[in-house]
Design a protein around this ligand. Structure first.
Ligand code: M6R
Length: 613
């Protein structure tokens, strides 16, 4: 995630761009930059930190010009620094680019461009776009400058692969801003005598509500007096604008009333973005060769809260696919228990923010014990990533809601990718098995986009149960941590009492708290443990519980016989099923909290990152 804004009009673009960036800060906030076309020259200002820092720096330079672009960054390639901040320029400094997404083949392109004499100034994937446009321009002889720029952009798009939405300005085409969209979002705002390009509507909603959402493969040519759109085949398309009726606040949440709900719906994209780097060679990430990977004896997973639950799922994956024994600790416990020193141990810290004090403290202890350390983290440049030997990034974009949703499913996805890669590298699974598992993993974004359709049904169900004082969640095996996560989610946003248990454990004590109408959520996909979950349903029902069975289509008929309500989740392989199963529980927490009038995005007593012990 990153935020892009562009302006072409008749007024000084600076305040439009700075203001737009502030509205986009939720998409990234580690550095920001602006380029203004002033008297035929591009004036660029960049600053590390929030947009407020850029604003201060811009005031010093005080650029003026009616065409400009800006960017707020959520680092994916290269640390947060001024050199890595956008806009990025070509060698001549006459072309500037702002980009959101990941150019997957940037290394190959960078090498090629370097061999052609291009000089790179940053570590980013984005910079290749600026140099490619420059390179392509040199080979286009005919046409006006505007036609040449368009052709160069079209050629560039054919060469780059991955997800990209970008804006480009050329000093030789004043009054023209080009926007490109492919897999990452890009919208155009049509004002009176001014046009806007942005990653999201809030960036310009103050100035116009006439909006055009670009489709993949489309290119927009923005001028003060209007916008032309070319479709993916390069043919002119009649722009289909819509009028946005959202207010500013609603627009920042993508039209959703809360960030939590938006982030639940972000999950198909978040998983897709995380998977983009999943075929990565983990031996490289870990800095270990095959021989060293084979010597891994033990894995310690350390995390807090929701990330801890992702770690618990990870244990099942690593033991199943890599055949390595795994322990999972709450970071606050790991730090103070005696951890025997054992060579060949890998310690994995999972954290969305990378700033959780307990997790950082625990991983430092693992380092002192001489263990190799790996972070699974969402925030580039965060403390955890600087402490650990290496990091695998979940690319789910900034998570604003205190209740973690998309980070959780991205963390589990990452653990799965790590487990199958380690298993393949250490010979625990064959190449054929690895390929099959990998293919199944790659189908998850689609399955995720199916499962988010469950909101209406879950919402309807909560009407009946939201006043209940206590909720129980049960699961077995790889779905046991999902029961814990379902309970945590509900607790933190609705303040209701909720507990998660391994279904086999209830008869050892917890069943005593079940009484008439206690809602009990059963995570019971139609897998090898389905029969056992059917028995758990019977046991709870016999005590008067209101049983909700979360199962897959082939288990529906049997689940119906032993429950009060069946929620059907699409079926995927047994080990990937938890990634889908958690989604109805996220909706459940959201809707119960909403009906109870709770402060969903900022629940009482909680903070997004817990930076104290
Ligand atoms: O940033 P982290 O992933 O390290 O945060 C860990 C926990 O504080 C976090 O998951 C917390 O439990 C969430 N609020 C759960 O929704």
């Amino acid at each position: 995630m990153c935020g892009i804004i562009g302006y072409v009009g008749k007024k000084n673009s600076v305040s439009y761009i700075i203001d737009g960036l502030k509205k986009l800060e939720y998409r990234g906030y580690d550095s920001a930059g602006i380029s203004i076309l002033q008297d035929g020259k591009l004036v660029t200002v960049r600053a590390v930190g929030k947009v407020a820092e850029l604003e201060k720096a811009t005031l010093q330079v005080s650029p003026k010009g009616s065409t400009g672009i800006g960017h707020t960054r959520w680092a994916t390639h290269g640390k947060p620094s001024e050199e890595n901040s956008h806009p990025h320029t070509d060698c001549s400094g006459e072309i500037v680019v702002v980009h959101n997404g990941i150019i997957e083949n940037y290394l190959v392109l960078r090498d090629k461009l370097k061999s052609l004499g291009h000089k790179f100034k940053s570590e980013t994937d984005t910079e290749v776009i600026a140099h490619l446009v420059e390179e392509n321009l040199q080979h286009i002889r005919s046409g006006s400058n505007e036609e040449k720029l368009l052709k160069a952009v079209q050629r560039t798009n054919k060469e780059i692969s991955g997800a990209f939405a970008y804006g480009v300005l050329w000093a030789k085409t004043p009054g023209l801003l080009i926007g490109v969209k492919n897999q990452s979002p890009m919208v155009v705002g049509m004002g009176k005598g001014e046009s806007f390009l942005a990653s999201d509507v809030p960036a310009f909603l103050k100035h116009t509500n006439k909006v055009l959402f670009l489709e993949d493969g489309e290119i927009a040519l923005l001028r003060a007096d209007g916008v032309n759109v070319l479709d993916k085949d390069g043919k002119t398309k009649k722009p289909k604008t819509i009028k946005i009726s959202w207010d500013q606040q609603t627009a920042e949440k993508g039209g959703y009333p809360h960030f939590m709900l938006k982030e639940i719906y972000d999950q198909p994209q978040a998983i897709e973005d995380t998977l983009r780097t999943a075929r990565t060679d983990f031996s490289k990430i870990l800095g270990l060769d095959t021989a060293a990977l084979r010597k891994l004896q033990d894995i310690h997973i350390i995390a807090c809260g929701t990330a801890y639950h992702a770690g618990l799922v990870g244990k099942y994956y690593l033991e199943q696919f890599a055949g390595i024994p795994v322990s999972v600790d709450l970071a606050s416990e790991y730090k103070y228990r005696t951890v025997p020193h054992k060579p060949g141990t890998l310690a994995i810290a999972i954290s969305q923010s990378g700033e959780t004090a307990d997790t950082i403290g625990a991983i430092k202890k693992a380092k002192q014990l001489g263990f190799r350390t790996l972070a699974i983290c969402n925030v580039l440049g965060s403390t955890l990533t600087r402490v650990c030997d290496s990091t695998f990034f979940t690319h789910c974009g900034p998570e604003i809601s205190v209740a973690s949703t998309k980070a959780f499913t991205s963390q589990i996805t990452s653990m799965y990718a790590l487990a199958i890669s380690l298993g393949h590298a250490n010979g625990n699974i064959s190449t054929t098995a690895f390929d099959k598992l990998y293919k199944e993993l790659m189908r998850m974004p689609k399955a995720m986009s199916e499962v988010v359709k469950m909101e209406y049904e879950v919402r309807h169900l909560t009407r009946k149960i939201y006043k209940s004082g206590r909720f129980i969640f049960l699961g077995r095996n790889v779905n046991f941590p999902i029961a814990l996560e379902g309970a945590l989610k509900l607790k933190e946003v609705s303040y209701r009492s909720a507990e998660g248990f391994a279904a086999g454990e209830i008869k050892h004590g917890p069943i005593s708290i079940i009484d008439k109408q206690t809602p009990v959520f059963m995570l019971m996909p139609h897998d090898s443990l389905f029969e056992k979950m059917l028995s758990a349903c019977q046991e709870c029902r016999a005590r008067g519980a209101f049983v909700v069975a979360i199962t897959t289509p082939s288990g529906a008929a049997q689940a119906k016989d032993v429950s009060d309500k069946v929620l059907l989740v699409p079926s995927v392989s047994e080990f990937l099923q938890p990634i889908l199963n958690v989604v109805p529980l996220q909706f459940l927490a959201y809707w119960i909290a909403k009906r109870l009038g709770c402060d969903i995005d900022q629940p009482r007593n909680l903070a997004k990152s817990v930076t104290v012990e």
